[in-house]
Structures are given as C-alpha cells and as structure tokens.
Design a protein around this ligand. Structure first.
Ligand SMILES: [Ca+2]
Ligand SMILES: [Ca+2]
Length: 348
C-alpha cells in the first residue's frame, strides 16, 4: 500500500483507475516538475479551474482533439517540416509517457493483485490465527478451569491431609499415653505379683506357724485318760498289778500306748517318781532281737542310759529291763528275765 502511495505522490502524477478504458488522473498544481512542456502546451482545462480536484477526462478525446489543432506551417518548408517532426516527437514522447504510465498502472494492478492475494492470504492466515487463538483461548479457559478445579481439589486434599495429620498426632499421643499407662500397669502388676508372692510365702509361714500353734495348743490342752499322768506332751500310766514283760507291753498296746521309754533326765526322774521308792517296774527296753543291742520298743533312740552298776549282765538269759527306784529322785536299770512279773508303766 505504501508503494501505491508513493506512486500517487510523484511529481505531476495522477491517480489512475482501471475500471474501464477511461483513464482518470489528478493533476496537481505543481507545474514546476520536469515534464514535457509540449504536453503542457495544451493543458487540460478543468471546467472549474480548481487544482487538487480529481477530474474525469476522456483522454482519447483530448488527445485526438489536440491532434486536429496541429497544422503544418505556412511560412516555409523547413519550418513546417520541423514543426511536424516536433509534433511527432512530442506525440512519441507523449505516447512513451503514456506507455510508461500504462506500464506503471499495470505494475500497480499486478502489485495490487499481489497485495490482494497477499491480503487474502493474510486474511486467511488471520482467520486461521484467530481460530487458533480462539482454540487456544478455549483451551486456556479449559486449562484454567481444570487448574481451578485441581487447585480446589488440592486444597481439599491439603485440608484432608491436615485433618489426617492431626488425627495421627492425636492417635500417636494416645498410643504413647496408653503405652506409658501399660508400662505403669505392668510395673504395678509386677509389684503386686511380688507382693502376692511375699504374701503367699507369709501365708504359708503363718499357716505352718498356725498348725504348729494348733498342735502345741492341742498338746497343751491334751487330756490324758483317767488314771494317766501328763508330762510334757506325753501321757503315762503306772499299773498297780504285776505282769510279765510281754503281758505288760500288751496291756499298753491295747490302750494305744507302749511300755515307757526314758529319753531324758527329766523323764528318768518322772518315771522314778511314778515308780515309788524301792519299787520295780517294767520299762520298754529289750535286747530280744540282737543280744546286747538294747532298743526302746517305741522306736526312740537310746540316748541316755541309767544302767545299774554292772548291768546289763544277762545273768539268767535276761532280755528285758526293769527300773528300780533307789531313792526319791534317782533310779537305775537292770536286765532281767522277761517272764518275771513286775508292775509296769505305759507311755503314749
Ligand atoms: Ca519316753
Ligand atoms: Ca541283769
């Protein structure tokens, strides 16, 4: 377009239009431009004589109208001939100029066509670009919508994550508290278990002690049968009749007892007291199993012996022992024939 403007502003240039065979041009007032003076010798007269106004002129009429005014000179042949050549030259120049103008017009038309084609191409490209722009705009809007949706979803996810994080922290705190409570309960359980074991041991000890006290109580409150005497935890019976050693023992066994065994000095003194001064009684000592191996019949060990001097001597196959009270507080043992009859003392 700028090229066309330049063409229009050239000196004495005219703006031409090719709508028909007619050529329209605009003549500017600047007559100082270098143009053929011959052309301007027959200037195109504008009806209103106003410059810078577009006039529509029939070129052909003007040209050929002027042609009729060209007349041969009447002065002389040379001058006339010179005038003819001058006019021909002027016409040729004019035709050349016209050809140049037509070429320019054709160039302008071609340029215009090219520009129109380019313009159409640009319009098409513009339309395509507009479509692409619209598509991109739509796509951008969709992406913006998706972005907004994703942003909202992300915020919701973030909120959910924060909530879950808070719940997790609370659960962790609760777990730690429960773990601490469990450890405390475990410690308390261990302490209680230890205390229980100590109490169980104490209970067992108290139970044993209670049983011992109960036995002691029963012993202390033991009541011996009538005619029997109590010494410590034992009951004693001293007979008034006399029997053999075996009969005497059987008497005791029939009453849940056996012939007395003397196991301590106190019992020796007690038996002496029960026997009576200068009296004899059978005691539960015999070596009927192995000669010389004296044993108590109730199974208690022979720890203290109060044999009379020289006894046991087994003088007459003597397997049984009797007690003889030598004084009010002392006595001694003798071995003697078991078939002899003495009083006896039972113990249970
Ligand atoms: Ca005894
Ligand atoms: Ca003897």
């Amino acid at each position: 377009m700028s090229g066309a403007s330049q063409q229009q502003t050239t000196p004495s240039s005219a703006q031409y239009y090719s709508r028909s065979e007619m050529v329209h041009y605009t003549v500017f007032e600047n007559r100082s431009e270098k143009m053929s003076e011959d052309i301007y010798e027959n200037p195109i007269q504008f009806e209103d004589n106003q410059p810078y106004k577009i006039q529509t002129i029939d070129i052909d009429d003007k040209i050929y109208a002027n042609q009729s005014s060209i007349k041969p000179a009447k002065n002389n042949g040379f001058t006339a001939q010179n005038s003819v050549w001058k006019r021909r030259f002027t016409a040729a120049v004019f035709l050349g100029m016209l050809a140049v103008l037509l070429g320019g017009i054709l160039g302008l038309l071609l340029n215009h066509k090219n520009q129109m084609t380019s313009c159409n191409t640009l319009a098409k490209e513009k339309k395509q670009l507009q479509n692409s722009y619209n598509n991109l705009t739509n796509e951008r809007d969709q992406l913006q919508t998706s972005y907004n949706s994703l942003t909202k979803e992300r915020e919701q996810q973030q909120t959910s994550y924060n909530s879950l994080t808070t719940d997790r922290e609370q659960i962790r705190t609760r777990c730690n508290s429960l773990t601490k409570e469990r450890d405390q309960l475990q410690t308390r359980y261990n302490s209680l278990t230890k205390e229980r074991d100590q109490l169980q041991t104490r209970y067992n000890s108290l139970t044993k002690e209670r049983d011992q006290l109960q036995t002691r109580y029963n012993t202390l409150n033991k009541e011996c049968p009538d005619g029997w005497l109590l010494l410590g935890r034992r009951c004693y019976y001293v007979s008034t009749e006399e029997k053999t050693w075996a009969e005497s023992r059987q008497y005791c066994k029939n009453r849940g007892a056996d012939l007395v065994s003397i196991n301590s000095p106190a019992e020796q003194k007690f038996v002496n007291w029960m026997c009576g001064y200068k009296e004899y009684i059978w005691i539960g000592l015999t070596d009927s199993g192995i000669k010389g191996n004296w044993k108590w019949v109730d199974g208690t060990p022979l720890t203290a012996a109060y044999w009379a001097s020289g006894e046991p001597d087994n003088e007459k196959d003597e397997d049984c022992a009797y007690f003889y009270s030598t004084s009010s507080d002392s006595g001694a043992w003798w071995d003697y024939t078991c078939s002899y009859e003495y009083r006896w003392i039972c113990e249970k």
